[in-house]
Design a protein around this ligand. Structure first.
Ligand SMILES: Cc1cc2nc3c(=O)[nH]c(=O)nc-3n(C[C@H](O)[C@H](O)[C@H](O)COP(=O)(O)OP(=O)(O)OC[C@H]3O[C@@H](n4cnc5c(N)ncnc54)[C@H](O)[C@@H]3O)c2cc1C
Length: 235
């Protein structure tokens, strides 16, 4: 069913007016676009973003919409290295008033029910969880009291840390900032021991990390359908 919604949704193209960009850290940038009233998404979904101000070879990339639907802007946060792709070079050229476009939103990476949920982010894979947790804060939904975010990154400070701490203060979401795979596995073990097959797992980040963590969780006899993955290729 989701696949039909995505096929339909992908034909919905929205023009995005670029507002501003800023550096979050050495190689992480955030881009903000105006949000038109008719453009909405479920927290955690992604869009297919297109470069439109010039011709480049591969003008489309999937990016999570890192802002919450209840926020005023469309936010994209991405890593841009010293030797960026043509796509990211074109993003860096954006000046206020210029445009990109977005097809979608697409994907099923969002919370569907009130099950205890473990959100697992590797590095830039925090983007869907920024949207999901921010939306819970803005909705003031205290009933969602069983959400744990495990955020692993080798770089410090963790991206969005101040903001996430603010969200944790205002909700009952619990956040652990981790630096190693073994610490991450210990936290996953605690969750599977407490919630077994009632728990839902959401994993986002570089493809290799997502696949290995998903394998680790499946080995604990968690059914495949309880595990949702957002695998970012290109990292
Ligand atoms: C659902 C989803 C959400 C994402 N959200 C974000 C986000 O919020 N922030 C973010 O920074 N990135 C996100 N990404 C990844 C993003 O789309 C880019 O792939 C990434 O930013 C690298 O882009 P690039 O232009 O720097 O490199 P690219 O030019 O895309 O290439 C980097 C490397 O990836 C390889 N590659 C490119 N396309 C594919 C493919 N389709 N399959 C396998 N390998 C491929 C290339 O061969 C190259 O080796 C997301 C990806 C997905 C699928």
């Amino acid at each position: 069913m989701r696949i039909f919604q995505d096929v339909f949704s992908v034909f919905k193209k929205s023009e995005l007016l670029f507002l501003e960009s800023f550096r979050e850290s050495e190689d992480i940038y955030t881009f903000l676009f105006e949000k038109k009233e008719d453009l909405t998404w479920k927290a955690g979904q992604h869009g297919l973003f297109n470069i439109t101000h010039k011709k480049i070879k591969n003008p489309t990339r999937p990016f999570t919409v890192a802002s919450a639907p209840a926020e005023k802007n469309i936010k994209v946060t991405t890593r841009i290295s010293d030797n960026p792709s043509d796509f990211k070079k074109a993003m860096l050229e954006l000046k206020p008033g210029m445009k990109m476009s977005m097809s979608g939103p697409v994907g099923s990476f969002y919370l569907k029910d009130n099950s205890p949920s473990l959100l697992i982010a590797g590095g830039i894979g925090i983007t869907p969880f920024r949207s999901i947790t921010k939306q819970i804060e803005l909705e003031g939904d205290r009933s969602r009291d069983l959400i744990y975010l495990l955020y692993m990154d080798s770089k410090k400070p963790h991206l969005y840390k101040d903001e996430l701490d603010g969200i944790a203060d205002k909700t009952s979401i619990s956040i652990s900032y981790l630096e190693s795979r073994s610490d991450l596995q210990k936290e996953i073990d605690k969750f599977t021991t407490s919630y077994g097959n009632n728990g839902k797992y959401f994993i986002a980040g570089p493809k290799s990390m997502v696949e290995s963590i998903s394998g680790y969780i499946k080995d604990k006899n968690v059914p495949k359908q309880n595990i949702k993955k957002d695998a970012f290729f290109g990292y």
